[in-house]
Write a protein that binds this ligand. Sequence first.
Ligand SMILES: [Zn+2]
Length: 183
Amino acid sequence: MTSLSKICLHWTAGSNKPCNADLKAYHYCVDKYGRIYPGNHKPEDNLNCYDGNYAAHCGGGNTGCIGLSVCGMAGFSLSKKQTKYPLTQKQVEALCCLAGYLCVNYGILVDENKVFTHYEFDRKKKKPEGKIDISYLHFAPNLSLKSVGNYLRQKINWYKNRIKAGKYKFIKKGNYYEFISIG
Ligand SMILES: [Zn+2]
């Protein structure tokens, strides 16, 4: 029996809020305000990726893998580094908090084999597809392409420990969720 043992971190390459295709592709989408929208598929749908009912977020690596995505980065390229929808720091913090929460819930270790960016996953393939999410942050432009994954994992680990200690609550607010700090 497979378990949910991995998390892949994406950006949508769209606007700063989720569209229907995003909600279909990812288990959770995070908008620029840090609001968390559950997708059409539950993480558990990715235990079996042979029935057509799963979130297809990470080609070649969907089984047992939870897909989280920050909304934005439309039109971005590594050469120009421009987009109408750069990721906000608040958004990335919410992504890391969510990932930390899921690591606690599903017993996932925060290391590069279990929690990785789509860019990192793609680079390990025999034939990389050229995925670049998440390899650039406009609010931290000095981070190199290859260091963004570690930067995110450090944050995720920090949140994981805070969540274990009961310092954050995941609450529903209408059609989205938010984390609130409780001390
Ligand atoms: Zn991706």
